[in-house]
Design a protein around this ligand. Structure first.
Ligand SMILES: NC(=O)c1ccc[n+]([C@@H]2O[C@H](COP(=O)([O-])OP(=O)(O)OC[C@H]3O[C@@H](n4cnc5c(N)ncnc54)[C@H](OP(=O)(O)O)[C@@H]3O)[C@@H](O)[C@H]2O)c1
Length: 475
């Protein structure tokens, strides 16, 4: 029998698994390594001689399990879906009660809930864990969203805190709730990430097509914005991307990149889950749809020729300092509205699944390590942790003040973009969400009338309790 040498083990040494394993070893854990394709574990240890002492490659899954101290902790970093199920089936007969298997991939939280039901306390604890920050985050400090049985947290905390990102010394990892809570929060993180990226791209599009600014001028503007309220990883990397030259064409690299955005699915899941919960998350929806539309480049090239004669107001946007400041205020405001939607989805899920999600804590662990890290998240933590109950961030007084002030800029930017024919689906979705959410008398009364007419669906009245059906005239 192999000597029990490792504090934990990593299965799946692809991009993320390899980086996580190195991160664990660097922070002092003894790490067992196993990968389906032979040779990867040994290679990882050989390529990292400074950490090799704490890396323990294993050639069989049996040897891997036997090398772990009890209760064992195993991190699966394999592709989401059947790969996770296959590994769980292989591991199950080798594990003891109390052992912990963590699925750290980008798994659909619905699958995590099912796996929790199947495995948790039936031989081992199953933990669904969201990891954000990409390859660099995994290597040097990701933001980590842990779900599953809370009793397991005391065993995982000392292993995960050292490898997580730190914000002002505070680790960006937390247990967020039972079963699928960790993977759900990661999904919403990605939905917000899509919205954030889309709105930045729309502002870029206004600066490029409406203001005729060069890539390097835009890079300077984003760098400047990164010093204030919008300061965030995504604004920072936008400046970096815009400033990068292309040695082949001599142009800015951004100008030769094909305008089709890829997606792997988690942004789409956030919108699907929002719809299932009955929550309108219009900015997130617009961002996902915009990526899909972007991928129809061939069709867009044809359509562009059909509508070539549409003449739009040129010069709707000035390129002076005041116009740039208006864009900044518009983006900041739309961002608050988008985050309010993401948080509304999490609030609804928390109620629906009895998770009691710590919403302030979630913003806290997103402040470093993850893709949407920004200074703005501390205000969300503060809103959830210092005031009373926050039904929606747009009702919280400090955000309400900011949105009241910034909505003029957002309105003006959206209106000008519409007139100039520059699509701003996420910015305008934010504005429409805000306008719909703030008005005391909406328009759904007409919809209720229509529904009652054609389907006897009934309606409620403003002046009496109960539900009513009206005998509408025949149409
Ligand atoms: N890349 C990112 O930025 C990022 C960020 C956050 C989360 N994630 C998530 O992390 C997970 C891993 O991503 P990655 O980028 O590291 O993927 P990757 O580089 O493609 O590596 C996949 C790993 O899974 C293993 N694997 C695949 N199918 C398997 C199976 N049926 N049985 C056993 N092992 C199997 C592969 O083993 P072989 O070597 O044998 O093929 C490989 O070690 C995914 O869920 C991904 O969505 C990725």
């Amino acid at each position: 029998m192999a000597e029990k040498i490792a504090d934990l083990g990593v299965v799946g040494l692809g991009t993320m698994g390899a980086m996580l394993a190195l991160n664990f070893a660097e922070k002092g854990s003894e790490v067992a390594l196993f990968n389906r394709t032979p040779g990867k574990a040994e290679k990882l240890a050989a390529e990292n001689p400074e950490l090799a002492e704490r890396l323990h490659p294993q050639t069989s899954i049996e040897g891997f399990v036997a090398s772990l101290r009890s209760p064992r902790v195993i991190v699966l970093m394999v592709n989401a879906g059947t790969a996770v199920d296959e590994q769980l089936e292989v591991l199950a007969p080798l594990l003891d009660k109390g052992d912990i298997v963590i699925d750290a991939g980008n798994t659909d939280f619905n699958d995590t809930v099912v796996r929790n039901r199947r495995w948790d306390n039936h031989g081992f604890h199953f933990v669904g864990m969201g990891v954000s920050g990409g390859e660099l985050g995994a290597r040097h400090g990701p933001s980590i969203m842990v779900g599953g049985d809370q009793r397991v947290w005391s065993r995982l905390k000392p292993l995960l805190e050292p490898i997580s990102a730190k914000y002002d010394g505070s680790p960006c990892v937390a247990w967020l709730g039972p079963d699928g809570a960790g993977h759900f929060v990661k999904t919403i993180h990605n939905g917000i990430e899509y919205a954030d990226m889309q709105m930045i791209a729309e502002i870029y599009s206004i600066m490029r097509d409406g203001m005729k600014l060069s890539a390097s001028q835009m890079a300077d503007i984003f760098r400047d914005w990164n010093e204030r309220g919008l300061s965030s990883y995504l604004i920072e990397i936008s400046a970096t991307v815009l400033a990068e030259p292309d040695s082949k064409s001599g142009k800015p690299l951004v100008d030769v990149i094909v305008d089709e955005a890829g997606q792997k699915g988690t942004g789409r899941w956030s919108v699907i889950e929002a719809q299932k919960l009955g929550i309108g998350a219009t900015t997130l929806e617009a961002a996902v749809s915009a990526r899909s539309l972007s991928s129809l480049r061939k069709e867009r090239l044809v359509t562009g020729k059909i509508y070539y004669d549409i003449i739009l107001t040129d010069g709707a946007f000035g390129a002076d300092q005041a116009s740039v400041a208006e864009l900044e205020a518009a983006l900041e405001t739309a961002k608050i509205i988008a985050y309010a939607q993401g948080y509304a989805i999490m609030s609804a899920a928390s109620r629906e699944y009895n998770w009691d999600l710590p919403l302030g804590e979630i913003a806290r662990i997103w402040r470093a390590g993850c893709i949407i890290r920004s200074v703005f998240l501390k205000d969300i933590t503060q809103a959830y942790e210092t005031g009373g109950e926050v039904v929606n961030l747009l009702q919280e007084h400090s955000f309400a003040k900011r949105v009241s002030e910034g909505q003029h800029a957002l309105r003006s930017v959206v209106a000008k973009a519409v007139n100039a024919g520059i699509p701003v689906p996420a910015l305008s979705a934010s504005l429409a969400y805000f306008d719909d959410y703030r008005r005391e008398r909406g328009s759904a009364n007409l919809i209720q009338g229509q529904r009652d007419l054609f389907g006897a669906h009934t309606f409620r009245r403003l002046d009496s309790d109960g539900t009513f059906h009206h005998q509408w005239p025949a149409v």
